[in-house]
Design a protein around this ligand. Structure first.
Ligand code: G6P
Length: 610
């Protein structure tokens, strides 16, 4: 999950590449590098450990100049973050490459290339690719042919961009398992790991298919598919405005994205619900017929998206009465699983490029199921293209590594889906109308929660010195607690765990003392009374409680009980609303701790490797 960007133009490309890297930094940020060609000399290269700004400083001190270039921001997999391991990698001084992904058979290739006399300067898997291309180039004399032959030897996942000083008018790119998009300009063309990187220079994009190999020149783009046939890939326009990817007045992307939630939740509902019912056609023309056949739902996802799936299970089983299983993709893909023919295989992914989620889908396809539904935020992503039905969340670009608006829009889409499925399974029009009406209230309720930010920020001061935290919830609020714990650990580095409150007495209660803050999401739902008994169990052990509850839940602030009063919400939509104060809490704890909120250590936004 590194980020790659490339440009071929009449103008100098250094600035375009640097801006592209800044926009891709969410994908990885332990080192960055750039290679530029001017058609005269050998490849000019700069590589720096650290964030893109370190590279920017180095380039400012000694600029690169040329009309063709490739650049990379790295998230280390093979080899520590160091200058030698940073991309672009080179073979000799004329061939350079950037790579996103993992080459699984790199050891074997490395031995072979060493025996051929190639010297390795890094610990990366990528370096085998550049030497392999060089080896083929020596035989074939053409960069395109050399790359085409080399990739037949690679196993694993890759998006590659390759340039050679002897052919300074073009770059050769390909993808297999890692994302790559071509930005179409006028008299100039670009490539990148995602569209955001290129928004300052174009809004027209072509998506490469798996196995595609492309020759990119200033005035032409030629793409061949895996079989070698010349193919056309449609050009589409980027749907969101360029400034959707800017931070604006906010100190961090994460805060901006938290505050965008009322708008994007509404956008995700648009065209999919009337004031009292769900429009199933909005899920796709075939949706009606297809949902009729579904007897089981298998949800697959990773990270925050997995938590959205956990919430959806409550809705699907409660509203539709259809059995639903939820599993993290990295587990599902590596175990023997049984998939029934009438299963709807539902993948949830913000990026649509998460390697484990895609692998699980591809595997399950072999086993056979009724259809695949994707809940995704990135149009044109691999997941979208490989699924039968798609519900796009309308979150807009999410830059903060810790997911916020993607999660609440996933929940919105999942509730709409659950209602559509439930209608096929006997949900009454009254209950549907009741829930749809509640859904229409959610954007306003989220705004009300955002208005509590000051109070939550004040509360966050009590967490700064803590090393651990426990999150509790019951029913569909349990996954909300899990998401709250994930947010806190991701950005503030405080160890946090979530438990279904009823499990407290089976273990975690042993940890409760004055040093262990316990955060509880407690809407006044059918589980409220039971939850309150769990809170008493904590209090009796001297634990400090932080309770997010509505007025009707009737939890009174007392010594060691801090209560943030939330709006009264429908039990079904409560998980969406109750997520938001936990996002704000984590955000403010992280700000007080001075961590890198948008780019927490060791993490990446889009995990396109295993
Ligand atoms: C990474 C991100 C998380 C995200 C997860 C799944 O771990 O840091 O924020 O939830 O990947 O990503 P996806 O794009 O599939 O939702």
């Amino acid at each position: 999950m590194c980020g790659i960007v490339g440009a071929v133009s009449e103008r100098d490309v250094q600035g375009i590449l640097l801006e592209g890297l800044r926009r891709l930094e969410y994908r990885g940020y332990d080192s960055a590098g750039m290679a530029v060609l001017d058609g005269k000399s050998a490849v000019q290269r700069a590589r720096e450990v650290g964030k893109v700004e370190s590279l920017a400083a180095a380039i400012e001190a000694s600029p690169l100049s040329g009309h063709l270039g490739i650049a990379h921001t790295r998230w280390a997999t093979h080899g520590e973050p160091s200058q030698l391991n940073a991309h672009p990698h080179m073979s000799g001084d004329r061939l350079a490459i950037v790579h996103n992904g993992i080459i699984e058979n790199y050891q074997e290739l490395r031995e072979e290339l060493k025996a051929d006399g190639f010297e390795f300067t890094s610990q990366t898997d990528t370096e085998v690719v550049v030497h392999l291309i060089e080896k083929n180039y020596r035989e074939l004399g053409k960069l395109y042919d050399a790359v085409k032959t080399a990739v037949t030897r690679l196993r694993g996942a890759y998006a590659l961009a390759v340039v050679h000083a002897d052919e300074p008018e073009h770059m050769v790119v390909c993808r297999e398992g890692s994302p790559l998009v071509i930005g179409v300009g006028i008299g100039e063309n670009f490539i990148a790991s995602d569209q955001l990187a290129l928004l300052p220079v174009t809004d027209r994009f072509m998506f490469l298919e798996e196995g595609d190999l492309a020759d990119i020149r200033r005035d032409s783009i030629e793409i061949h598919d895996r079989e070698g046939a010349l193919v056309d890939r449609a050009v589409s326009r980027f749907e969101h405005s360029a400034d959707a990817a800017e931070k604006g007045e906010y100190r961090h992307y994460m805060l901006k994205e938290i505050h965008e939630q009322p708008r994007v939740i509404k956008a995700t509902m648009e065209g999919r619900v009337t004031d009292s019912r769900v429009l199933e056609q909005a899920l796709g023309i075939e949706a009606g017929e297809l949902l009729q056949d579904v007897r089981h739902v298998q949800i697959i996802a990773c990270g925050t998206s997995y938590h959205a799936g956990m919430v959806a299970r409550y809705w699907i089983e409660d509203l539709a009465g259809v059995p639903c299983s939820v599993e993290v993709a990295s587990e599902f893909r590596y175990r023997k699983h049984v998939i029934q023919k009438d299963t709807l295989f539902l993948c949830i992914s913000q990026s649509g490029e998460t390697a484990d989620t895609l692998a699980a889908l591809r595997q399950a396809k072999k086993a056979g199921f009724r259809a695949a539904l994707a809940i995704c935020n990135v149009p044109g992503s691999s997941l979208v293209r490989e699924s039968d039905l798609v519900i796009m969340t309308q979150a807009g670009p999410e830059i903060g590594v810790a997911s916020t608006k993607a999660f609440t829009t996933q929940l919105t889409a999942l509730l709409i889906f659950s209602l559509a499925l439930a209608r096929k399974n006997g949900l009454s029009a009254e209950r549907e109308a009741d829930i749809v009406k509640a859904l229409h209230l959610v954007p306003g309720q989220v705004s009300d929660v955002l208005a509590l930010e000051g109070e939550i920020a004040e509360m966050s001061e009590r967490f700064v010195e803590k090393n651990h935290a426990l999150f509790l919830g019951r029913g569909s609020q349990f996954p909300v607690a899990m998401e709250g714990a994930l947010k806190l650990k991701e950005i503030s580095y405080i160890h946090a765990e979530a438990y279904p409150a009823g499990e407290l007495k089976h273990g975690p209660l042993a940890l409760v003392d004055s040093e262990m803050p316990v955060i509880t999401v407690a809407p006044n739902n059918s589980m409220a009374e039971k939850l309150k008994s769990n809170l008493e169990e904590v209090r009796a052990r001297g634990g400090e409680l932080f309770v997010f509850a509505d007025r009707a839940a009737n939890v009174k602030p007392e010594e060691n009980i801090h209560v943030v009063q939330l709006p009264e919400v429908h039990e079904i939509t409560a998980p969406i609303v109750y997520t938001v104060p936990l996002q704000l809490l984590s955000y403010h704890v992280a700000v007080l701790k001075g961590t890198d909120v948008d780019q927490p250590r060791n993490l990446a936004k889009s995990v396109t490797v295993e």
